[in-house]
Design a binder for this molecule. Structure first.
Ligand code: PAF
Length: 287
């Protein structure tokens, strides 16, 4: 696997790279969830490029940016073992050259609620860096985890609007979970043992909502109650939001609405670590 840092090296590598090119953008601290993205790219692309760039524009708290784990050598090992051909790990100046005006990319209407409301500016930062990375890497396919369902939808939205650039197919890769159901995230490493145990209640709360719907609950209020009941047994968890939304528009469903299909999203803070998980409920969801 080739490791490169500059735009110029990347451009030279792209000239020699067979297509299709599969691209996995990351912020590093790679884990089995990222490995699944890289393997998905490897399975269907002639060249697999992984980027590692901790994008300051998508952090709303400077402390969160500073605390973000940076583990480049371990990441390189995992990326190579998972099938990457090229690791692009640019500096800030390569992504946002000081002499260039950075046009913020509009993340669109899907970015307004949920994480967009909780972390104003976050999705504009994601949209801007993903667009820049797409311009630099020029992939045919790009791989994103379903774990961050809203990010995935925002990326699909901005990609569909890149009409003057060659088309990129956005590939969705299912969430990878630990044995206790906790969705893999680079943030999990910052949890204490007690926090880790409490965090495992999040996927159980998602399952409780799913089971409630399967066993006769029908309204948003009933589904919320099932998930909240489970979370309330863990006082270590501070609930930021528990949201039941239309899976296409991400608009909130009213409490008295009957659920046919909905995206349930839970954001909690535990040990000062913010964790997010979601599950599709209803018709198309897996049991
Ligand atoms: O999901 C992430 O790791 C980041 O939001 C991404 C897509 C790499 C953009 O910085």
């Amino acid at each position: 696997m080739q490791r490169i840092q500059s735009r110029a090296e990347l451009a030279a590598a792209l000239n020699a790279a067979p297509r299709p090119i599969g691209f996995v953008p990351t912020m590093g601290a790679l884990h089995a969830g990222h490995a699944a993205l890289i393997r998905a790219a490897r399975a269907e692309c002639a060249t697999v490029i992984v980027s590692i760039y901790v994008n300051p524009k998508q952090f709303t708290a400077a402390t969160d940016l500073a605390a973000y784990p940076r583990t480049l050598d371990a990441d390189a090992t995992l990326a190579e073992a998972s099938g990457a051909d090229l690791l692009f790990h640019p500096s800030d100046a390569e992504i946002y050259p000081p002499n260039e005006v950075v046009q913020t990319v509009d993340p669109g209407p899907l970015a307004l609620r949920l994480e967009g409301a909780a972390r104003p500016g976050h999705f504009a930062g994601v949209a801007t860096v993903v667009s820049r990375l797409f311009d630099l890497v020029q992939p045919d396919r790009a791989y994103f985890g379903e774990k961050d369902a809203q990010q995935l939808r925002v990326v699909e939205w901005i990609t569909a609007r890149r009409t003057s650039a060659p088309p990129i197919s956005i590939r969705r890769v299912p969430t990878v979970r630990d044995t206790d159901g906790l969705a893999l995230s680079s943030r999990n490493a910052r949890l204490s043992p007690a926090g880790r145990t409490a965090a495992a209640a999040i996927p159980r709360a998602l399952k409780a909502a799913h089971d409630a719907l399967a066993h006769g609950a029908s309204t948003v209020a009933q589904i919320r109650a099932a998930a909240l009941h489970l979370l309330s047994q863990h006082p270590e968890l501070t609930l930021e939001y528990l949201d039941v939304a239309d899976p296409l528009t991400l608009e909130a469903l009213p409490d008295d609405a009957t659920v046919n299909e909905a995206l349930l999203t839970i954001a909690v803070v535990v040990d000062d670590v913010r964790l997010l998980d979601e599950r599709l409920l209803g018709e198309r969801s897996a049991s």
